[in-house]
Design a protein around this ligand. Structure first.
Ligand code: PRX
Length: 652
């Protein structure tokens, strides 16, 4: 809506920003649009440190892109080594706050030492460029250290969020043919230990390719170690001391010269089928765009203390806790625990303690904190903040206004950043010194990003029309492939509108050119900013011996945006429906992870289906949203099923 309230950037903020006015922003955007390859090539030469310059900017054989072809580079070198020659050497790279209150401040020099030592450990264990590692760790500094050590050696990493179950871990380890697993005994979450090594042991029973498991001691709890496979991180590190010469070498472990397109990481994300897909990101293009967005979107300055509250197990943590901030030489805060433990002021306490100046979080976290009231933030000095960010789902204007008023004291611009695991970096966001804000809109595309809104035939739609959001031209940090499944890559993203990237989101552009992202158009739910496929939860449910059929839909939820709602029919048998509901929730937790547990399970005699047998999720969505059914139901097999489901809610 173009008539919504508009927040202009303050003169104070603009005067010191990287991009200071709308004119500057338009000039930059138009320059990129006129000659994208020239635009990106110039930035790549200026902003990245190369071992060998690239010969060609882009090789585009739709849908496969290669950026900065012929160049040799290393992501770890760009995030660590290159900061050691100047004043950044003793600047904090990572400020870490553990859940129980322990803390570590790691300078770039110290990070270099730790990463080099761990890379040496991996080399001594026999791992080489081209292999793949699963990283399954809590939010402790050793997680980015492990990622960077892999990147240093050219080992492709795949971080699996610590909330995923052993089943999910197994599927990812197998799909990737990983040979190495890096983990910890456990981590802390709301005062309880999350046991990680136990899950690894279960997962690896069917992963014969894994040669070694490196275990970091975080909680100190007893874990079984499998002889010949499992080793302790600290013992391996200790062994480097036995040979003094080796110790010196270990601290200067050379980074590998890698191709620009060397696979940096694979991150699994939910698609429209039951099987998650491995999103492949490569080195130079990914690094360039995460770095540029640190400047354009977060307006990074040398003395900023930047905090992104995401978990590194999701793409936000990869791009905006690790690679983007470190490539930019920033001080990046990371926190192990939950926002509400031990109390609802944990975030604000950390902001005050480290004088955080840029704070980036999710609408879910904001809404949860709104509910607790203003006394929690008011108890802390938040005057260090100068910029706020939001990511993961649309932010409702009421939550935006609260964030702006209560946290930002009406002084801090809010960057609402739209992007995806596949895009690697932020695609739509305000440049905060230049672009006036409208609460609820991610505002304008960033330089180099060409967007359109199209209908189901691919025709471009005009202002204020709702349609599919597509990206027109390749960009450096774009997904390169689905690991091991190029066909799926092509079908999923490039078929719907040939030659354009299909985001799977619906959006509208207003008369000022501002984008309003409305949500997914496919069977992907967004729960607390985490992507979850309806089919993934359904296939977990139908594995249970009592379940005949299951249909899952996202239900609007005040805090988490959406919640998982499952409709289930049962096999013949004498089931206790009450205890079965609980059991099925646990079951989904075990199969996928606790965050995927359905909030609501509704038992039904039958599910509404079309004559061809397809479950009509649209109807189920309507039932959970409004408890009524409208629209075309003529293809429905048995309407009484729907009526019964809809009325069931009223009886509860
Ligand atoms: O639907 C969009 C929503 O999150 C999806 C991407 O999820 P994922 O790959 O897990 O990455 C999340 C973090 C980048 C998108 O397709 N989404 C993300 N950011 C926003 C958003 N929806 C609206 N506004 C946003 N700022």
């Amino acid at each position: 809506m173009s008539d919504s309230k508009i927040y202009e950037p303050s003169a104070e903020f603009s005067s010191r920003a990287h991009v200071r006015s709308m004119e500057e922003r338009t000039e930059l955007y138009e320059r990129a649009r006129a000659n994208p390859e020239h635009f990106w090539a110039e930035l790549a030469q200026r902003e990245l440190s190369w071992f060998r310059p690239f010969a060609k900017t882009l090789e585009w054989e739709p849908p496969f892109a290669k950026w900065f072809v012929g160049g040799k580079i290393n992501a770890c070198y760009n995030c660590v080594d290159r900061h050691l020659d100047g004043p950044r050497r003793n600047k904090p790279a990572l400020i870490w706050e553990g859940e129980p209150g322990d803390q570590r401040i790691i300078t770039y020099l110290e990070l270099h030492r730790l990463v080099s030592r761990f890379a040496t450990v991996l080399k001594r264990l026999g791992f080489e460029t081209g292999e793949r590692a699963i990283i399954y760790m809590p939010m402790i500094p050793e997680l980015p250290i492990a990622m960077l050590a892999c990147a240093r050696l050219g080992i492709t990493h795949s971080v699996v969020f610590g909330g995923f179950s052993s089943e999910a871990l197994k599927a990812r380890t197998q799909d990737l043919n990983a040979t190495l697993v890096i983990t910890a005994d456990g981590g802390w979450r709301r005062g309880k230990e999350v046991r990680l090594k136990t899950a690894v042991d279960e997962a690896l029973e069917e992963c014969p390719d894994v040669r070694a498991v490196v275990v970091y001691k975080r909680t100190g709890s007893d874990v079984p170690m499998k002889a010949g496979r499992d080793v302790w991180w600290d013992e391996q590190d200790e062994q480097l001391k036995d040979a003094p010469q080796l110790e010196q070498q270990a601290e200067h472990c050379e980074s590998q010269d890698l191709d620009s397109e060397h696979p940096l990481f694979v991150l699994y994300t939910s698609g429209t089928t039951g099987r998650p897909k491995g999103i492949l990101h490569t080195t130079a293009g990914y690094l360039l765009q995460t770095l540029m967005t640190m400047k354009w979107v977060f307006d990074l300055r040398e003395d900023d203390v930047y905090w992104c509250t995401a978990d590194i197990g999701w793409v936000t943590g990869h791009s905006y806790i690790v690679y983007g901030p470190l490539a930019a030489g920033a001080t990046s805060v990371m926190y192990e625990g939950a926002p509400d433990f031990p109390a609802f002021d944990r975030f604000w306490q950390i902001v005050e303690k480290y004088r955080v100046s840029i704070f980036y979080t999710s609408p879910t976290a904001i809404r949860a904190l709104v509910r607790q009231g203003e006394r929690w933030p008011e108890a802390h000095d938040l005057s260090s903040l100068r910029l706020l960010g939001s990511v993961g789902e649309p932010i409702n204007p009421a939550a935006w206004e609260w964030y702006h008023r209560v946290i930002g004291k009406k002084q801090c611009p809010i960057v609402d950043t739209w992007w995806q695991t596949e895009t690697g970096a932020i695609m739509i966001s305000a440049m905060p010194g230049a672009v006036p804000l409208k609460p609820g809109s991610a505002t304008l595309p960033l330089p180099g990003i060409v967007l359109d809104i199209v209908d189901s035939k691919g025709e471009v739609l005009g202002a204020n029309r709702e349609g599919y959001l597509v990206i027109r031209h390749p960009w450096p940090s774009m997904v390169r492939n689905v690991w091991g499944d190029p066909k799926r890559f092509e079908e999923q993203y490039w078929r719907r509108v040939p030659g354009s990237y299909f985001t799977g989101d619906a959006a509208r552009r207003d008369t000022d050119g501002y984008y309003w992202v409305l949500g997914r158009v496919d069977d992907v739910m967004n729960v607390s900013g985490h992507r979850l496929s309806t089919m993934e939860v359904e296939s977990a449910l139908v594995h249970h011996p009592a379940v005949a059929e299951a249909a899952v839909v996202g239900k609007p939820h005040e805090i988490t945006g959406q919640a998982v709602c499952a409709f289930v029919t049962l096999k013949q048998g004498d089931w206790n429906v009450e205890s079965l509901g609980q059991e099925l929730r646990q079951w989904v937790g075990r199969e996928i992870g606790a965050f995927a547990k359905p909030e609501e399970i509704r038992f039904a005699d039958a599910l509404p289906k079309t004559r061809s047998g397809k479950i009509m999720r649209r109807l189920l969505r309507e039932i959970v949203t409004s408890n009524s059914v409208t629209g075309d139901v003529t293809t429905l097999e048995d309407l009484s099923v729907v009526t019964k489901l809809a009325s069931q809610h009223d009886e509860e």
